[in-house]
Each structure stands twice: as structure tokens, then as C-alpha cells.
Design a protein around this ligand. Sequence first.
Ligand code: AMP
Ligand code: GLY
Length: 422
Amino acid sequence: MKVLLVGGGGREHALAWRIAESPLLTKLWCAPGNPGIAAHAECVAIGAEDIPALVGFARENGVDLVVAGPEAPLTLGLADACAEAGIACFGPGKAAAMLEGSKTFTKEVLDAAGAPTAAWKRFDDPAAARAYVREQGAPIVVKADGLAAGKGVVVAATLEEAEAAIADIMESRVHGAAGARVVIEECMMGEEASFFALCDGERALPLAAAQDHKRVGDGDTGPNTGGMGAYSPPPAFTDAMRDEVMARVVNPVLAEMARRGSPFRGVLFVGLMLTATGPRVIEFNVRFGDPECQALMMRLRSDLLPALLASARGDLSGVELEWSADPSLVVVMAARGYPGAVKKGDPIGGLDKAAAIPGVRVFHAGTARGADGAVVASGGRVLGIGAIAGNLRAAREAAYAAVDALDWPGGFCRRDIAHRAL
Ligand code: AMP
Ligand code: GLY
């Protein structure tokens, strides 16, 4: 089977690694890929958002399955364009990708499905939004309705913060058009977990859960990021919770999406708050999480490719995936300055030494090849240092030993990944 993987970050490196191991695979391309992915796939210089070029490449090269890593190509209609060309695509069509693209759409679907989530209201008018937060009181959550690169959410501890968020999002338009509308939500309390389910439009197969670390600094301090580390499974997310989320969230949401004529295929990322009254949905994403995907792929024991294909073709029946009981952990190495502006082009040494540590795997996220062929930093999140071991503490030790084996003065990481579990 010929596969085209779309994307070029740590998530795609982890997917490329597992897809490349499949006995069903005959050829793997990745667009645009990165130097780490190049060990498993032929990288092609097509941007992950260039839908016509991706589909054109797939058609010319007889690709059997396109696998979308990030959400952007999906919200731009990659799966729909593949369907038109008669090519299977892992990931939802544009209409179903609204579960990530629009917060109000998601809340409407959750309510229609009867799924547990925060009470919410939508506003087009800043004055009405302000009046509502005054009436509700703090803490309260203010969200830009559209895609805001994960930065459109303010968990306001005070009314002043909430009103400032409304002004920034709706009046100053700090996230552009995404701030034309806001969603104001009840603030839920608890630990967060990311749960993943493979979907075929009708059926869903639970994958595994992970816990991300969104803040840049140790002890969950500093600004939000795309994720500074993850581990799987999070002990706070029990099997009973998984069953409850499948029964009360994933299955009813799939039924509601099908009823609306936009069945969901691909991987549903359920962002959960584990509250005192049970797991409640914070948000959905329509793709694997990053770095969560790296942690999941390290625990996966089965062939990933047939599962991706079954989801894309709309029939997951009979698919089973086996997971290692051993926990995995990923430490993200970012370039100094992240999540703000970063310096690019610094060489990264010690990659082989890090990868030689037992149980460790180094995923490339934002790397490139310098003029002399050396691996250099080229993004905010640069590497994912994954480790798997008999217990979480040992996995953490192995991951940080690998971090310490790297020679990259321009990089940094959090030193407390999995602190909630340890
Ligand atoms: P989102 O972009 O929707 O994932 O939100 C980003 C972060 O904001 C989440 O990971 C949570 O930490 C927090 N958050 C979002 N919605 C709520 C909520 N209703 N209650 C408490 N925290 C929230
Ligand atoms: N790590 C969170 C995300 O992928 O959205």
C-alpha cells in the first residue's frame, strides 16, 4: 500500500515511524516532512495546506491512503478533495472538521448529543458579553469562536480579566476574524486528560489517553503552548471513565454528526476535564494531539496502518489495537523564547547519543538540515524525547537522560513532565 502522510512535526514523525513498520506498506511519502521523518519516508516539498498539490501528487503516484496529521488541511477540505479523486483519506471532511474549527458548532453538537460539558453562551456583541460575565461572576472562561492557533482561550480568575479578554478578542481582534464571536463558558475544575478514539463515521474504537502539559514552565506556570510534554496513560483517567466517555460523549457525538449529514471519520481528540462529577468535555480536535501522539505511538503494539485505512474506508468493525501496559512519556525540547519568537539555525548535537539510551526515541518536530547537512533547530517546538519503561519514573529518567545527552545550548524543556502522576 502506498501512503502519503501530510504534515511535518513530532506527531507526524511518530505516525511515520509506525506506518513505516507496517508489512502492508510499499511506499511512504511525507509532505513536507522533516529530517527525522526522512528516516522512514520520502519527504516531498509540498506544504501541508496546499490541497490541490497534495491531491495531485497522490493521484499521479497512485497513493492508496492519505493520512492527515494536522487539522489545517482537514479544515481546508483535504478529505473532501481526496474523496472526489477516489483516494481514501484518514481524517474528517471539512464539515465534520468543524468540531475543531468552530467552538459554537462543537457546543451545539455536544448539547444535542447530551454530552457532559461546561454551560455556555455565544455572543456577537461585546456589550452583551460583558453584561453576561458580570451576571455570572468569576472564574469564567472566554473563548474566541474561530481557530486562533490554540491561543484564543482565556481562563479568567477575575471579572477584570474576563472583560479585558472580551475587549482583546472582540474589539482589538488580537486573533483576527476568529474573534468576531466569543463563547463564554462555565469554568470547570479538575485535572485535564486527552482521550483519543478512532472513528469510521458510525463506530468508534477507544485508543488511549494521555496528559499534556500546556504551560511553558515547570509547575504549570507561564504562557500556554502547543504542549511541552505528555505521558500515557494518565492514572487519573480510569477505565471506568474511558467507558463513560465512549458511552456519553464519543458514541452520541458520532450519531449526532451522522444525523447532521457530516459523519466523523478519523481520530477524535476529546479534551476532558476530570471533574468531581465525572469527565466533562472541554473541546474536540479532529486529529491526534501533539505531543500526545508521540506518547501513544510509543505504546502501540499493533500495526497502525490497517486501523487508519479502516477508519478512512468507513468500516472499523473487526479492528483491534493492542497497547503496551508500560507507560510512555515525552519531553518536548523547544527553542529558547518559545512560545514567543525563537532563533532558528542552531545546530543540535548528541542526537545519536540520546537515541541510544534504552527505551528512548527522538522525534523531530521543528528541525531542518543546515548547509553542512547537520540537523538544526527550525521551529518553536523542536524535538520530542520519548521514552517507554516498566514504570513512569523509569520512563521519565530515561527521557531526561536523553535530554542531557543532547548538545544544544539554545534549547530548553520542562523538567517536571508527569509531575501530577509521580
Ligand atoms: P481549548 O483551546 O478549548 O483547549 O482551551 C485551552 C485550555 O483552556 C484548556 O486546555 C483548559 O485548560 C482551559 N479551558 C478551556 N475551557 C475551559 C473550561 N470551560 N473550564 C476550565 N478550563 C477551561
Ligand atoms: N497538545 C495539544 C494539541 O495537540 O492540541
